[in-house]
Design a binder for this molecule. Structure first.
Ligand code: DSN
Length: 415
């Protein structure tokens, strides 16, 4: 095999990349926010487009030589609009945080009140966490899930909306295993004269694939990352109603960012093209089917799931019920070649760095072509690890079995 340019010019860096390739190939990736992009998305992200400055928007740039990157950004915008039925799209946010920041800053003033989901109940850092820009700049109030069934407490949402009169209501979550009723949120926002934003980062691929109701008809603003269930490059995007288009665009640039990452925008265009193909619907359907089988397998093995199951791509396991903590479970699974993340569960009595739960998602393994039968096997390994979490020999044995199993499944871009 001929040596790559990277291998020749920077063997130290190349070596780390090789180790990561092996980790991705031999392990079982179950982090709910991760996925494997296609080889075409990877190729676009690695193109010479990274060389180009293109501050501004197509047709209105501050640099010469933008005729081809204009074509690319227009393609990304048009495909995103078609995919989600959005009135306006800005594909320049570098990540989900910038997308959310752009929405807040385009129509709100510092100190304004926003009602969003509590991080401890499944929300996100940018939905008002105290150490995040959102919590520092805006006056966030939080709703959560009911203790009885772990579903969003809409009575509380209504109560808090009436009490605090927020300028904006935010729906969307990072660790909520159930379908979100966007229409209901929109109605509450309307009744309280609040703007409505949905951060669908986790489930945008399910929306694109028809497996989750779309927030786009209901919300003034919809943000998403592009690398989770949507399976694109690591990045973000804002969609909004036409009347907010100018405000959003000028907040993204020059408000928050300088030059857009044109290689990543190209990769987003490729991703949106892939999501428009009929086969993406099959993918989204399989992600959900896989999550349901994995959830059933874990429950049958004695694991307690937050809300009792899942409607989407993820599940939250309360591992305290089997005398573990989230941190210990994550570490044991890691040793066996299964990657998850420790996670707070609603009403958690433990702290974020060693919470009661782990979060598991099926988007990445589904990309490798795994189906229901494989999910039963994967669930079996998870149960074995959790029941032998301090038995190093047992974990090493499972790691070996998993490496043998996983190697047989393709990873796009690796083979
Ligand atoms: N950090 C991401 C997640 O894991 O859900 C959200 O941005």
């Amino acid at each position: 095999m001929s040596r790559s340019s990277l291998e020749s010019s920077d063997p130290q860096l190349w070596q780390s990349v090789q180790h990561e390739r092996t980790r991705q190939k031999e392990g079982l990736e179950l982090i709910a926010s991760e996925n494997y992009t296609s080889a075409a998305v990877l190729e676009a992200a690695g193109t010479i487009l990274t060389n180009k400055y293109a501050e501004g928007y197509p047709g209105k740039r501050y640099y010469g030589g933008c005729e081809f990157v204009d074509e690319i950004e227009n393609l990304a915008r048009d495909r995103a609009k078609q995919l989600f039925g959005a009135e306006h799209v800005n594909v320049q946010p570098h990540a989900g945080s910038q997308a959310n920041m752009a929405v807040y800053m385009s129509v709100l003033q510092p100190g304004d009140t926003i009602l969003a989901m509590d991080l401890a109940h499944g929300g996100h850092l940018t939905h008002g966490f105290g150490l995040n820009f959102s919590g520092k700049l805006f006056n966030f109030k939080h709703y959560g899930v009911r203790q009885s069934d772990h579903r969003i407490d809409f009575d509380q949402v209504v109560r808090l909306a009436k009490e605090f009169k927020p300028k904006m209501i935010v729906a969307g979550a990072s660790a909520y295993p159930r379908e979100i009723d966007h229409a209901k949120f929109a109605e509450i926002a309307r009744e309280n004269e609040a703007l409505f934003m949905v951060d669908m980062a986790h489930y945008s691929g399910l929306v694109a694939g028809g497996m989750h109701n779309s927030p786009v008809p209901h919300a003034d603003f919809v943000t998403t990352t592009t690398h989770k269930t949507l399976r694109g490059p690591r990045s973000g995007m804002v969609m909004c109603r036409e009347k907010f288009a100018k405000d959003v665009d000028k907040t993204v640039f020059p408000g928050l960012q300088g030059g857009p990452l044109m290689h990543i925008i190209a990769a987003k265009a490729v991703c949106f093209g892939e999501c428009l193909a009929p086969s993406f619907k099959d993918y989204a359907k399989q992600v959900v089917a896989n999550a349901q089988v994995l959830a059933d397998t874990l429950v049958a093995g004695g694991i307690r799931l937050v809300s009792g199951g899942t409607d989407n791509h993820l599940m939250l396991c309360d591992v305290t019920a089997i005398d573990l903590s989230g941190k210990i479970a994550e570490q044991a699974l890691d040793k066996a070649g299964i990657t998850v993340n420790k996670n707070m569960i609603p009403y958690d009595q433990r702290k974020a760095l060693d919470p009661s739960g782990i979060r598991i998602g099926t988007a990445a393994l589904t990309t490798r072509g795994m189906k229901e039968a494989e999910m039963k096997q994967v669930g079996g390994w998870i149960l074995r690890v959790l029941k032998a979490s301090s038995d190093e020999a047992a974990l090493a044995k499972i790691r070996h079995e998993i490496a043998e199993f996983a190697t047989a499944y393709n990873v796009p871009g690796i083979g």
